[in-house]
Design a protein around this ligand. Structure first.
Ligand code: M6R
Length: 610
């Protein structure tokens, strides 16, 4: 996720900006840049790569400025490169942005027709051109900013400086984080508090649609639309810098679990046209005619991404009635798969760099299949080599255990399934609208699901010293049982297995006794009664059942000692909601066992070797 730092004050801005960017490195980035005043003119320095490369680029120059902006870019539109790095300039307007401008394409076309020339592939550059165009019409800096923002759809945190008013910086946010630091005769904006914690601990967390105007005399905040002044009290931060990087969370994994409402909302943003009942196929770099030709789908991935693939099979076959095969990448590459001519391959990978997945992707292309990758990292090997890419906009995932990347992969698969079903004529537009309506409610439902955290902690305290764990699920939630078990193994080192609940009686039932907890995923769906029977099979052998079910399902009380009630959604999206307690349970068990949650033993975030 991009990182922003802005400074106005008594110090030389350059080292403040560089230091701020270093404190934001944990957010992940692929390029960096700064903008600062040289007299009344603004200079920009940018580079692809790391902040140390940026430092080397300016080394030896005696740069001084009382104000400036800095940015680390996590690519969403356009590959990582110097041209795409921020800050972006149009005339004397220079800005940095974190977020996604959904309607940038239309805005860019319109500005192009009016003679604007673009130098990058980013969505951000349109913002600087819009502000510049209003300044050219004679508006003040602040009014130009307000008018430009009226035209934007999407999410943003923006910092802007302008050669017309060198002593002023403007900033605004909508659905992307931005905080304000209040020092003694100096002021900061940043995506996150650690960027300026060295200089001040007095912070205002900005709300959506608040416009901030900063000079070296002070800060004024006003409502973006009305211009009415807004009074906000500063908060004094007591966290350590390391705590602050994690947004106050103890671990990156927990932070990432809690980021899911935002990650899912960003992944949906701009990808659906609810009024038309259509998926935005441009975001998949696909046409409906491509989809119509698909006779078979292969889903290929490793680890948690493979669990997403298994859920994807249920979605695609159920909605689009197109046969799917799911492969673990390391198996696909050596098993001599039969890939018919009309096959379509979906590769799923958070990092886009997993060696087995890349090899399988290459093999699939060699066999003549068209490949779509569902990937979280722009410019990664998988995204560069695929025919089409769907980026999950979950932001960088730092904890080794994949959480928000998984749930956003499921969103990609949900959208693909709807698009395929529509292309194949297998779904009515009313049905699509219902599927969209449920999808758009999902971020709020995830927020609600996260409220079970304290109950999960209690369950974790009860079971954290157990040696083995069994996870049961059925249908579309069987992969969530696998995911729960994988997470527990990975970070708490407790042996766990995921099973399709109906399969328990064919073997694992022999393990059941009073020291073997069994977690059963029992959403309110067509197989609820079946899984209740499986829970009874456990009870009657002295096992302990933890049930995860849908709110309002009272029947479960008779079958489980611990119960977690989750918000109701449609059956395709239950895996997203039911993954949340799986991730929280593994997290709490690992913390209670004093394990290294973010960097579990023997594991790497990205497995780039075979
Ligand atoms: O980056 P990828 O999605 O290709 O990674 C695949 C697996 O290595 C990954 O999901 C792994 O299983 C995670 N550590 C699970 O939490």
């Amino acid at each position: 996720m991009c990182g922003i730092i802005g400074y106005i004050g008594k110090r030389n801005a350059i080292p403040v900006l560089i230091n701020g960017l270093k404190r934001l490195e944990y957010r992940g980035y692929d390029s960096a840049g700064i903008a600062f005043f040289s007299g009344n003119k603004i200079s920009v320095r940018r580079c692809a790569g790391k902040i140390k490369d940026l430092e080397s680029a300016i080394k030896g120059e005696k740069l001084r400025s009382v104000a400036g902006l800095g940015h680390t870019r996590w690519a969403t539109h356009g590959r990582p490169s110097e041209d795409n790095a921020h800050p972006h300039r149009a005339g004397g307007t220079v800005l940095v942005h974190n977020g996604i401008i959904e309607n940038y394409f239309e805005l860019k076309e319109d500005l192009r027709k009016k003679g604007h020339v673009f130098k990058s592939e980013t969505d951000t550059e349109v913002i600087s051109h819009l502000i510049h165009s209003f300044l050219q019409k004679g508006l003040s800096f602040e009014d130009a900013m307000r008018e430009a923002l009226k035209l934007l759809e999407g999410s943003y945190a923006i910092g802007v400086i302008n050669e017309k008013e060198p002593g002023r910086m403007l900033a605004v946010k909508k659905d992307s984080p931005l905080v304000l630091g209040l020092g003694d005769g100096e002021f900061f904006i940043a995506s996150d508090i650690p960027a300026f914690l060295k200089y001040t601990r007095d912070v205002i967390i900005l709300e959506n649609n608040e416009l901030v105007s900063i000079t070296n005399k002070g800060v004024s905040i006003s409502a973006l639309n009305t211009g009415k002044p807004v009074r906000r009290e500063a908060t004094r931060i007591t966290w350590s810098p390391t705590m602050a990087e994690k947004g106050g969370y103890r671990h990156f994994m927990l932070k990432e679990i809690y980021e899911q409402p935002r990650a899912v909302a960003d992944t949906i943003r701009g990808r659906v046209f609810p009024e038309r009942g259509e998926v935005n196929l441009e975001e998949f770099s696909l046409r409906e005619s491509d989809l119509r030709k698909i006779g078979k789908v292969f889903l290929i991935a490793c680890g948690t991404s493979w669990h997403a693939a298994l859920v994807g099979k249920y979605m695609i076959e159920d909605m689009a009635r197109v046969p799917c095969e799911v492969d673990i990448a390391s198996e696909f590459r050596y098993r001599k798969p039969i890939v018919p001519k009309d096959s379509f391959v979906i590769v799923i990978t958070q990092s886009g760099e997993t060696a087995d997945t890349i090899a399988a992707q290459r093999e699939a292309r060699k066999l003549g299949a068209r490949v779509l990758t569902i990937c979280n990292v722009v410019g990664s090997t998988s995204s560069r080599e695929a025919d089409s890419v769907f980026y999950t906009h979950s932001g960088p995932e730092i904890g080794v255990a994949s959480t928000k990347a998984f749930t956003t992969q499921l969103i990609g698969l949900y959208l693909f399934s709807i698009a395929l079903a529509k292309a194949k004529g297998g779904i009515a537009s009313g049905q699509i609208k219902e599927l969209f309506s449920e999808l758009l409610q999902l971020p709020e439902k995830i927020k609600k699901a996260l409220q079970i955290n304290d109950q999960v902690l209690k369950i974790a305290k009860k079971f954290c010293y157990t040696r083995d764990f069994l996870y049961l699920g059925r249908g579309i939630n069987y992969p969530i049982a696998l995911e729960g078990a994988l997470k527990l193994k990975e970070i708490s080192y407790i042996h766990a297995e995921g099973y399709p609940a109906g399969e328990m009686k064919h073997g694992p039932i022999a393990l059941i006794d009073n020291s073997m907890p069994v977690l059963a995923l029992a959403p309110d769906d067509q197989v609820l009664e079946k899984i209740l029977s499986n829970m009874e099979e456990v009870n009657s052998r002295g096992g302990k059942v933890i049930a995860v079910t849908t709110e309002g399902v009272k029947k479960v009380f008779a079958h489980a000692s611990d119960i977690l009630f989750m918000p109701k959604t449609n059956s395709y999206l239950t895996p997203v909601i039911f993954a949340i307690p799986m991730h929280l349970l593994a997290y709490h068990m690992a913390v209670l066992k004093k394990c290294n949650v973010d960097q579990p033993r023997n594991l790497a975030k990205s497995v780039t070797v075979e």
